[in-house]
Design a protein around this ligand. Structure first.
Ligand SMILES: [Zn+2]
Length: 208
């Protein structure tokens, strides 16, 4: 899910069945990788030196396997859409729902974040409520934390997990092993479940 933006080169293609397919060049990638994201659709990561068309060709070869995973994910998203009351909403209704969530988020999230920060010994600068479809939260180098109003559609433990993720970035502004160790400790203490489990579960929700 996260967030400390690394600027990458990418191209978005449109696929008649799955919608957006992003082919992204990553300086760290040695091989081609395919990820299915609840927000962004199918993301093919390729090494920087590789032409975009080879990323697409790789996806075409793996298509059957990718489609199986994609269909399972669509079914999971449909279930959480239903559970969070957004199933079947048109764009206008979703916008109205987002405004309702914004009010809820403003009343709840800053206070909860401050509570978690106090409990686990973090000091952040400011907190902002954001509405975007790319991330659940983010943490800036100035120590500001942005939280997506969509958090109000998540069960409480998942909401806490995202806030702990951002708080943990105040100590480790990366996704290295020390960051993951810290986040896992915080997550187990706060929710009784592992960070890995939470990371997996949050993928079943989409951002509106
Ligand atoms: Zn992160």
């Amino acid at each position: 899910m996260c967030y400390l933006c690394t600027v990458m080169q990418e191209k978005t293609y449109h696929d008649a069945t799955v919608g957006d397919v992003i082919v992204r060049k990553s300086p760290r990638a040695r091989n081609v990788g395919i990820r299915i994201s609840s927000g962004k659709g199918i993301v093919v990561t390729i090494p920087s030196w590789m032409p975009y068309r080879l990323g697409l060709a790789y996806l075409a070869r793996e298509r059957e396997k990718v489609m199986r995973v994609w269909l399972r994910q669509q079914a999971r998203l449909a279930r959480t859409d239903e559970a969070t009351g957004i199933a079947g909403m048109n764009a206008e209704e979703r916008e109205a729902e987002a405004e309702r969530l914004r009010k809820e988020a403003k009343a709840y999230l800053p206070e909860r974040l401050a509570g978690l920060a106090r409990q686990y010994g973090f000091v952040f600068n400011k907190v902002f409520i954001k509405h975007n479809r790319s991330n659940w939260g983010s943490c800036s180098t100035k120590g500001n934390i942005n939280l997506n109003l969509n958090l109000m559609r998540l069960p409480e433990p998942l909401r806490d997990y995202v806030m702990l993720h951002e708080l943990a970035h105040l100590r480790h502004p990366n996704h290295g092993p020390a960051f993951h160790d810290l986040l896992d400790r915080l997550c187990r203490d706060c929710t009784g479940r592992s960070a890995r489990e939470m990371e997996k579960e949050i993928k079943n929700y989409r951002l509106i």
